[in-house]
Design a protein around this ligand. Structure first.
Ligand SMILES: *Cc1c(COP(=O)(O)O)cnc(C)c1O
Length: 382
């Protein structure tokens, strides 16, 4: 059987071949394989140089100073470090954390763990377009609020938050602003030198880098204090110990460099793919848009179809790799909490599918996916 057409880029992207090639040069004896913390020999210095080069590339994509980048195992760990690390380090100033009901589980479950430790959490409900309104944030802020954590781009809907406005409100109330930006690189421009952001989580594998590596941006001026979660050799200025995975880190650096270099090309490609997909959808009856395309990234479309169940449709669409809701929640049969969170009814949420495209998707892929979709829908609706 031929490979299905991959339309699940929001779950993960394939590694760009240019990134894979560079990573392979940092693994074997003839490459830059040494421990970047080895200070006593040339192979160690070369590995350190590679890591620091990648740190500059990641910093550059978001307008940060390289010293503000802390390597982690991904955005999940970065989110844990941001929330638990900040709340614990700043506990004498207050115990209140604000987030939203439609964040990634890495935020929501960390927030629940913090509640069990004695912290207080407010979870704001989003608007029906998937964005957090400034008014709802203002209402949630309290005198003891020390941190606000909201995502840049929602992974199930594609909705983009207004980080300038939300961050400004948080800071006016003396709270720090954390952003889960796992879905942003190459899709939405981030510039922490201009935007009111104090902590920001990144992942490599949503932007054509490898899985298993990410970073937390930690502002230096004014300095943001966080407690480490992982203790050991004092790597990453004491904020995250553990031998740095040179090959993963150079992969993330190169992926981000490419995302920056071809931002406009990627963006135009995604817009063209969406236009093609939307034109095809117009010929299909009973399509509901959970994604508000006016306020969302071009490559994520969350849709529901009248008269069919999501699972049945997914089974019928064997030639397309897509997901119901989010990969992170695919173990459960419950409707997506993100969809019910923006007010989508339970039956419609259960009939919803997320299509997401990327750099390697072609117009022909979109056409094939549309024709499969038309056939599956007419068979199931008959
Ligand atoms: C994928 C994702 C994460 C988790 O990132 P990992 O690097 O896979 O741990 C966190 N938040 C959002 C919004 C994501 O899309």
């Amino acid at each position: 059987m031929s490979q299905p057409i991959y339309l699940d880029y929001a779950a993960t992207t394939p590694v760009d071949p240019r990134v894979a090639e560079l990573m392979m040069r940092h693994l074997t004896l003839d490459g830059t394989f040494a421990n970047p913390a080895s200070r006593s020999h040339m192979p160690g210095w070369l590995a350190e140089q590679a890591v620091e080069g990648a740190r500059r590339q990641v910093a550059e994509l978001i307008g940060a100073d390289p010293r503000e980048i802390v390597w982690t195992s991904g955005a999940t760990e970065a989110n844990n470090l941001a929330l638990s690390g900040y709340m614990r380090a700043n506990a004498e100033r207050g115990h209140h954390l604000i987030t939203s009901t439609i964040e990634h589980k890495a935020i929501l479950d960390t927030a629940s763990a913090l509640e069990a430790e004695g912290f207080n959490v407010t979870r704001i409900a989003p608007q029906s377009d998937g964005r957090i309104s400034p008014e709802s944030l203002r209402e949630a802020l309290r005198d003891d609020t020390v941190l606000v954590s909201l995502m840049a781009v929602n992974n199930e809907l594609g909705s983009i938050n207004d980080l300038e406005t939300l961050g400004t409100i948080a800071r006016e109330h003396g709270a720090a602003f954390h952003v889960d930006a796992a879905q942003a690189p190459g899709k939405v421009k981030i510039d922490v030198s201009q935007q009111p952001i104090d902590l920001l989580s990144l992942s490599a594998h949503k932007a054509y880098g490898p899985k298993g590596v990410g970073a937390l941006y930690v502002r230096r001026q004014p300095q943001v204090k966080i407690d480490a979660l992982i203790h050991g050799g004092g790597h990453e200025r004491g904020m995250r110990s553990g031998t740095l995975p040179t090959h993963q880190i150079v992969g993330m650096g190169e992926a981000y460099r490419l995302s920056s270099e071809q931002f406009d090309i990627d963006q135009q490609h995604l817009i063209a793919l969406r236009a093609q997909f939307l034109a095809g959808l117009r010929e299909i009856e009973g399509v509901h848009f959970n994604t508000d395309i006016e306020v969302s990234v071009p490559h994520i479309l969350n849709l529901a179809f009248d008269g069919v169940e999501g699972e049945a449709l997914l089974m019928a669409l064997r030639g397309i790799a897509i997901s119901t809701g989010s990969a992170c929640n695919s173990a459960s049969v419950e409707p997506s909490f993100v969809l019910t969170g923006i007010g989508v009814s339970r039956p419609l949420a259960l009939a919803s599918l997320r299509f997401s495209f990327g750099r390697f998707t072609t117009i022909a892929d979109i056409d094939s996916a549309l024709s499969e979709l038309r056939h599956a829908l007419s068979a199931l609706r008959a």
